[in-house]
Ligand binder design. Structure first.
Ligand SMILES: [Zn+2]
Length: 324
């Protein structure tokens, strides 16, 4: 276990627990909101997380598995919903929910493999076979959700209540929670600074977002909530003055990638693999999952095409872009 990687359950504010483990080089956290009438779990991790981490964490804090009445999946990524089938089995009283825009991807491997993880194939890029295998394993068995959750829903657990936030950008249906008493925003992957970090704090993989405008709006919305702390899935807890600095870094990255794209785009059309290589180098490179920077580039390019600053054409049968 690398230094500085706390695992197990820790209370970050009254009634708000972070359940942390390590996934590859990164932290992986789920969040538990505990009231007098029951508990809410945000995210189920990857396949195995509920069995290995969440059920033991509940026991550690003296909660019965039946106390968990709500499971909210923040968004459609295997490290956030891969334990859904285990939650269905081991948390018998829980109602499983997600935002309607991400629900179809969360419920079906075929759908998320085609639309989220397979998106790159339409642009001449793809994950390595080992990564595909890891994703399929981490996704766990398919599990249907019980329903949907949306912005403004208030979940009252007795003595503590949380408000659901729709925080799109990383995915279109990304959800978070706001707890007003401690002013804690739990945002999973809704804002990702200049990339995810390893347990030692070193940046390892890019921040992928599918919609640039919505991602920037989400960052500003989080700022307007003036949280005392932000809880994420892959970063250590962010407290006090670090909150503004973190949100500045999130927004700053989108500007940095804009500048990298400005320098990379030319009069001759280029496909996404070429733009990815040029922009990754300009933003400093990533040692893991560098491919996912191209998802964010796709979002920047779509915004520029819409603003008629860039033209999307075809090159060797694949999409390509050039300055207008
Ligand atoms: Zn994640």
């Amino acid at each position: 276990m690398p230094a500085g990687a706390a695992t197990g359950a820790s209370e970050v504010a009254p009634g708000l627990l972070r359940i942390e483990s390590v996934m590859g080089s990164r932290r992986l956290a789920q969040w538990l909101v505990v009231g007098d009438d029951g508990a809410l779990l945000l995210d189920t991790g990857i396949a195995g997380t509920v069995v290995d981490r969440i059920v033991p964490a509940l026991a550690e804090v003296g909660l019965a598995t039946e106390a968990v009445r709500d499971v909210i999946v923040s968004h459609a990524d295997v490290d956030h919903y891969g334990g859904d089938a285990e939650a269905r089995r081991l948390l018998p009283a829980a109602r499983l929910g997600a935002h309607e825009l991400d629900r179809p991807l969360i419920e079906s491997w075929a759908t998320i493999a085609a639309e989220r993880y397979g998106w790159y194939r339409g642009y001449g890029l793809d994950y390595e076979p080992e990564t595909w295998q890891w994703l399929a394993d981490a996704a766990g068995a398919e599990a249907a959700l019980d329903g949907t959750v949306e912005d403004g829903d208030v979940i009252d657990l007795g003595r503590i209540a949380v408000r659901v936030l729709h925080l799109p950008g990383h995915s279109l249906g990304h959800l978070g929670l706001f707890e007003p008493t401690s002013r804690t925003a739990i945002i999973a992957d809704a804002a990702m600074a200049d990339g995810f970090v390893d347990v030692g704090g070193e940046r390892v993989s890019p921040p992928p977002y599918v919609d640039l405008g919505r991602y920037r709006e989400t960052i500003e919305r989080l700022r307007s909530l003036a949280p005392a702390r932000i809880g994420t899935t892959h970063f250590p807890p962010i407290e006090g003055d670090e909150v503004e600095a973190f949100l500045d870094r999130c927004l700053g990255f989108t500007r940095e990638l804009d500048r990298a794209l400005d320098e990379a785009l030319g009069d001759a059309p280029q496909g996404l693999p070429a733009l990815l290589a040029a922009c990754a180098e300009r933003v400093g490179g990533y040692r893991e999952m560098e491919l996912e920077l191209s998802r964010s580039l796709g979002a920047h390019l779509a915004a520029r095409v819409e603003a008629r600053a860039v033209e999307r054409v075809e090159l060797d049968g694949l999409p390509a872009w050039r300055r207008r």
